[in-house]
Design a protein around this ligand. Sequence first.
Ligand SMILES: Nc1ncnc2c1ncn2[C@@H]1O[C@H](COP(=O)(O)OP(=O)(O)OP(=O)(O)O)[C@@H](O)[C@H]1O
Ligand SMILES: [Mg+2]
Length: 249
Amino acid sequence: MVLLQLENVTKRFGGLVAVNRVSLEIEEGAFVGIVGPNGSGKTTLFNVINGVFFPEEGKVIFRGREITRFPSFKRAPLGIGRTFQIPRPFASATVRENIAVGAMFGSQGHQLNVDRSLEVADEIIKRVDLTAHRDKPAGALTPVEKKLMEIARALAMKPRLLLMDEAMAGMHPNDIDQMVAFIKRVASEENIAIVAMVEHIMRAVIGLAEKVIVLHQGSKIVDAPTREALQDPRVVEVYLGRRPEDEEC
Ligand SMILES: Nc1ncnc2c1ncn2[C@@H]1O[C@H](COP(=O)(O)OP(=O)(O)OP(=O)(O)O)[C@@H](O)[C@H]1O
Ligand SMILES: [Mg+2]
């Protein structure tokens, strides 16, 4: 079943078209990678899906319901969670408290009190192996640990759709492999669709995604199963700035 649908979505900043007539569908429980060079509109697309920005044109439909102009705080309870490209923890709150906030404002928000939210946080902390850091202030974590906490916080929201904006950038390849395996497991156990933005780490795209969507200058240029997408000459050109036939030169 289709979980998320975008219909001809356009988002402009002044004269700049950051997202240009993008249509796409994300199936329930799917893993989709969004790739594209710097400035191609990936973060803006996420922001349109999660309600940070409203598009000038087009529709955002989640579980059959049009949410184009719902603010973010009304989308999280519907089951749309995200991580940020630049983690923004509450620095003086503990790791546990930061993750509990995710649980409190997520899709179970109206059902969870503080104690239950802290319990959910503890379960997730164990699963992502942050136990040693549980009671530290979030501001004391390393950048990689902050990314991990960001993922934990998003998972605590119990989303149906999780948008991951470069959630694994800067991680060691071994940690990425572990993280990918972990996310895949949790997502399939909990039927979470993941849309992950992973352009700087093709390795993670391959490990994570069944389908890859490629953006270029705000437009969707490829939407295909991963293997096919990565062999697409347009992808090679966008990434490497040359055509595949030039490679031997
Ligand atoms: N808040 C904003 N105000 C004005 N222009 C913006 C804003 N956010 C993004 N842009 C512009 O929109 C275009 C798309 O940016 P976006 O951040 O979505 O790209 P991206 O694919 O996420 O890039 P990166 O790989 O660098 O994270 C860029 O030209 C960017 O400068
Ligand atoms: Mg970005």
